[in-house]
Design a protein around this ligand. Structure first.
Ligand code: PHE
Length: 365
C-alpha cells in the first residue's frame, strides 16, 4: 500500500523544493530489484505516487504556482523513468566473478535418523516374512488403548503404563476418552476391526508414557508391534518367528529364550531374552552377569481380544464370525526401538537420540 502524499504547507518555492526533495529521496531509495513493482508504485495509473501527487497538489494549485510545480513534477518523473531504464533496476548485487581457487561449499547429504534407520531395519525383517505395515493415531481413545485389549477400567494392569490423558474428557463416555497411546497395541485392534484374517502386520510408531527421563527412559519413545492371525497359529510359530527376527537383527549366533510374563491381551504371555551380544552369553556388566538381555514382550492373542473385536465388527455385520477363537488363533509381540538401536550401536544414553547433536548424528552417516 502506498504511503499517503504529505500535505503541501504552501506553494512557495522553498516549500516546493522541500517537498520534491523528500520525494526524490524516496524514489532514489525505493527497491528496484522488482522493476514492475517499482513502476506500479510510482507510475501506476490509479494509485501510483505521481498520480496521487497530481490529485493532491497539481489540481488545486493556484495558477501562478502551476509552472514551478510542473517543472519539479517533471524532474521527479524523469528521475523515476531513468531509474526504470537504468541497469540499477536489475538486482544490485553485482556478480564479481568467481574465484576458482577458493574451496567449494560442502553440503553433507541427509541421512535417516538412527531411530528411523533401526525401525526400517526391523520392519524390513518382517517384510521379508510377508508382513505388511500399518499405522495408527498417537492420540488414541481409551477403548483402543485399554478396553479392547482386555485392560478393564480401574484394573491395576493399567498402572504398568503410566498414561498421559487429554484434558477435559470427563463428560465423554469412558470408552471415548482420549489419551496419548501408551503402546502400539491399539493398532492391533484397529487392524482386526478393519480386516478379516489372515493378518500379518507390523506397526511401527511413537508412544507416550508419563515416565521420568533417565539414561534408558524417555516419556516419548518408539515401538514396533507385530500381529499374526490365521488358522493354526501356535506358540511355536511365535517362537520361530521371533527367533528368526532376532538372528536377522543381531547376528545368526544369537540365541533366544522365552520367559513366562503377563500382558492382559495375550495368554500365555512371554518376555523374550536374547543371549548377550556383548559377551556372547558368558556374563558381563551389560547383561548384569546373567548372559541374557530382555528385549521384548509377546504372547498368543487372548480370546477376550478377539471377543472385543468381534463385538465391534458385528456393529457393521451382525453375523460376522471372522475372529471366532474356535477357528483362528494368533500371536502378537511388541518391542522398543530405542532399546534395540542402543544395543545395535552401543549408545549409552537414550537422550542422544533426541538431542539433535550433529556430532552424534554424523556417526550414522
Ligand atoms: N504392548 C506391550 C507393552 O508396551 C508389549 C506387547 C505387545 C506385549 C504385544 C505382548 C504383545 O508393554
Amino acid at each position: 500500500m502506498n504511503e499517503p502524499i504529505p500535505q503541501l504547507p504552501s506553494y512557495d518555492e522553498a516549500s516546493l523544493d522541500n517537498a520534491f526533495a523528500t520525494l526524490a529521496e524516496e524514489a532514489r531509495t525505493t527497491d528496484t530489484t522488482d522493476p514492475e513493482a517499482f513502476r506500479l508504485h510510482w507510475l501506476g495509473r490509479k494509485q501510483g505516487r505521481l498520480k496521487l501527487i497530481t490529485e493532491a497538489w497539481l489540481k488545486s494549485a493556484p495558477p501562478e504556482a502551476k509552472k514551478a510545480l510542473g517543472i519539479r513534477f517533471n524532474q521527479l518523473k524523469q528521475q523515476i523513468e531513468a531509474a526504470l531504464d537504468a541497469p540499477a533496476a536489475k538486482p544490485t548485487t553485482a556478480v564479481q566473478g568467481i574465484d576458482i581457487t577458493l574451496p567449494g561449499t560442502l553440503r553433507a547429504p541427509g541421512i535417516p535418523h538412527p531411530l528411523l534407520k533401526t525401525m526400517h531395519e526391523i520392519v524390513s525383517v518382517f517384510h521379508h516374512l510377508g508382513y505388511s505395515t500399518n499405522l495408527g493415531p498417537q492420540v488414541e481413545s481409551d477403548f483402543y488403548n485399554f478396553e479392547a485389549l482386555n485392560f478393564p477400567e480401574n484394573h491395576p494392569a493399567r498402572d504398568t503404563q503410566d498414561t498421559l490423558v487429554i484434558a477435559n474428557q470427563q463428560s465423554r463416555p469412558s470408552r471415548d476418552r482420549l489419551l496419548m497411546r501408551t503402546h502400539t497395541s491399539p493398532v492391533q485392534i484397529r487392524t482386526m476391526i478393519a480386516q478379516a484374517p489372515p493378518i500379518r502386520i507390523v506397526i511401527p510408531g511413537k508412544v507416550h508414557r508419563n515416565d521420568a527421563a533417565d539414561a534408558t527412559h524417555s516419556p516419548i519413545f518408539h515401538q514396533i508391534e507385530g500381529l499374526c492371525v490365521d488358522t493354526n497359529i501356535t506358540f511355536s510359530d511365535l517362537k520361530g518367528t521371533l527367533d528368526h527376527a532376532m538372528k536377522a537383527l543381531f547376528g545368526s549366533d544369537v540365541k533366544t529364550r522365552f520367559f513366562p510374563s503377563f500382558f492382559p491381551f495375550t495368554e500365555p504371555s512371554a518376555d523374550v531374552q536374547i543371549s548377550c551380544i556383548f559377551c556372547g552369553g558368558k556374563g558381563c556388566r551389560k547383561c548384569k552377569h546373567s548372559g541374557w538381555i530382555e528385549l521384548l514382550g509377546c504372547g498368543m492373542v487372548d480370546p477376550a481380544v478377539f471377543a472385543a473385536v468381534t463385538a465391534e465388527r458385528r456393529k457393521i455385520n451382525p453375523s460376522d464370525d471372522a475372529y471366532n477363537p474356535e477357528k483362528i488363533t494368533g500371536f502378537a509381540f511388541g518391542m522398543g526401538v530405542e532399546r534395540i538401536a542402543m544395543m545395535l550401536h552401543g549408545v549409552s544414553d537414550i537422550g542422544h537420540f533426541y538431542s539433535g547433536d550433529m556430532r552424534f548424528l554424523e556417526q550414522f552417516a
